[in-house]
Design a protein around this ligand. Structure first.
Ligand code: 2RA
Length: 329
């Protein structure tokens, strides 16, 4: 298959290339796409060298699938152009996620909503993906009424500039600031910009996208998203109120049996998920599973995942794999 990766030189784009190769996705021709300043750069993929091209050229090459991670503006302008040329776009930006005509997909949860007619498919936000991976099987069993989530997010989610700022703070080097505050030895209670309701866009993505992916607008969600000086992945403290009671061991068993989820939960051996160990892996790791003793039918747990992999690149590639396996492209 002819596959375009739009944003191939970016942080998520590079991980998408890595995941495509690792999973032996049937790429017969790669079209690495980036901004004009990167056109002509060489990218190595599966032992072959490919030259980076611009968006116009990439559309004309008519790839079967285009994996996008190039920001909302680029996606808004160019995803329709690829779609018109017959390409199926899987987009990592927030541009299409809440569009009622576009599917928002975590393959393990709702890939079945996909049809041949879906030419622009939205990849959910990283912090949403890892949370719903753990919520969905529990919702099926116990019916979730409300979710309270606090996230502790890797600075890789902000981008290269933030990673560089943290490195500079470690080494005492002067450089460009992604944040007006230090990241090192700090916790910044703002991921993305603020909306009129006092929440950040990141927090409202968790609220809105969870309902859409799980197909249930009745689930009440509130979120606080924090940026911390970690690079391996996002962590989330999640409090879940169910309509029905549950058994904690059964919760562990359900999550254990959920594809893509690994339970790491043993207080005797101090076993629990941590981003430093989740980095580079595709699973969503769940631990600290315990009843909330302050109210009935309520559970606490801790969810960790590599935000660049399952939170972005791997989920995108898994959607592409589903499309191919089901003859939808
Ligand atoms: C973040 N979820 O971590 C977003 C991805 N860019 O900031």
């Amino acid at each position: 298959m002819k596959i375009a990766v739009v944003g191939a030189t970016g942080m998520v784009g590079e991980v998408m290339l890595k995941v495509l190769a690792e999973r032996n996705f049937p790429v017969t021709e790669l079209i690495p796409v980036a901004s004009e300043r990167s056109v002509g750069k060489e990218i190595e993929f599966n032992g072959k060298k490919y030259k980076v091209v611009g968006l116009e050229t990439a559309v004309s090459m008519k790839p079967e699938i285009a994996l996008f991670s190039a920001g909302g503006d680029t996606s808004k302008e160019w995803a329709p152009k690829f779609a018109e040329a017959g390409t199926t776009v899987i987009d990592n930006s927030s541009a299409w996620r809440m569009d009622a005509t576009k599917k928002l997909v975590v393959p393990e949860i709702n890939a079945n909503v996909l049809t041949k007619e879906d030419k622009i498919i939205a990849n959910p936000n990283c912090s949403t993906i890892q949370m719903v991976m753990a919520l969905a099987p529990l919702h099926q069993k116990y019916t979730i009424e409300r979710v309270i989530v606090s996230t502790y997010q890797s600075i890789t989610g902000t981008g290269v500039k933030a990673v560089q700022q943290l490195e500079n703070e470690y080494t005492g080097t002067k450089g460009e600031m992604a944040y007006p505050y230090p990241i090192h030895r700090n916790a910044i209670p703002q991921c993305d910009v603020f909306e009129d309701n006092g929440y950040t866009k990141e927090e409202m993505k968790l609220v809105r996208e969870t309902k859409k992916i799980m197909g249930d607008d009745s689930i009440r969600v509130t979120a606080t998203a924090i940026r911390i000086p970690v690079v391996g992945g996002h962590s989330e403290a999640v409090n879940i109120e169910f309509a029905n009671d549950f058994d904690v061991n059964q919760v562990r068993a359900i999550l254990h049996d959920t594809p893509g989820v690994t339970v790491q939960d043993n207080t005797d051996t101090k076993t629990y998920p941590m981003p430093i160990y989740a980095e580079g892996k595709d699973d969503v790791f769940v631990g600290r599973i315990r009843r909330d003793e302050s109210q009935p039918n309520t559970l606490n747990m801790w969810i960790v995942a590599d935000n660049l992999r399952k939170g972005a690149a791997t989920n995108t590639v898994q959607i592409a794999e589903y499309l191919v396996a089901n003859g939808l492209v």
